[in-house]
Design a protein around this ligand. Sequence first.
Ligand code: ZN
Length: 278
Amino acid sequence: MANYTNASPNATFPSPRDFILSIPLYKEFPITKYKIIEDNPVYDLEYFRGTIDCYCMQCKAHSIFQCHEKIEPDRDLPPSLYHNYIFTLLLTCSRKKDHEILFLFFANDGKLQKIGQYPSLADLATPDIYKYRNILGDERYKEFTRGVGLASHGVGIGAFVYFRRIFEFLIEKAHLVAKSIINWDEDKYIKSRMDEKITLLQAHLPEVLVKTKSLYGILSKGIHSLTEDECLDSFKVVKLGIELILDEELARKTREDKIRVASKDIGTLGNLLKRDEK
Ligand SMILES: [Zn+2]
């Protein structure tokens, strides 16, 4: 995982896409080491010309957003010397030019922060998880959106608590299935850490999740021993784990629904053919 710790001068500078779509407001990144004008990540962000795939509030669907060309690139100062320096990134929806998303950055005292954005991170992220509502049920879905909202405001520990609850709920669902199988060692399971539990449940969990199980070791740590930043850093990976399990369940449900509709249609067609034969 990337280390976004505020005080560390070696903190990994996020990619423009991460800065735009997943870094909470006011998180500080040191920029003192970027003394040259070009070839540094601060400029990659400030002069970002790429596209971003995210939810468009007006289209009410995912869209590709293109970043605007800056009219007069100001490259007089290296980032390490930025003082009360503000720059914006404005991106427009590829479907309609007046659908815009805006991000505001502030560099001062050797640090860079995202200080504003429209729409909010939670507004951009929540539509993506709406599809899981039926699978999670109302209560868990509310917790999921609350976790996403808290993380988007940089509240790592609070978000972590919600995400851990949902992750454990989904692991427990797999555990209930596994428990009914003969030769299941329940004692061993109870004494295991989260990453070990994932190995024991591997037949009932997505393959990718099992392959990356070491990342979930953090869920075994006591909430008191984790810092706000550790919780925020693990947020992404726990969210991904939750989504992997839910995606698999969603795919299974869609398949079952299709089979149900197909059986009904085949039945109707069969009856029609029989009637025509008469
Ligand atoms: Zn749009």
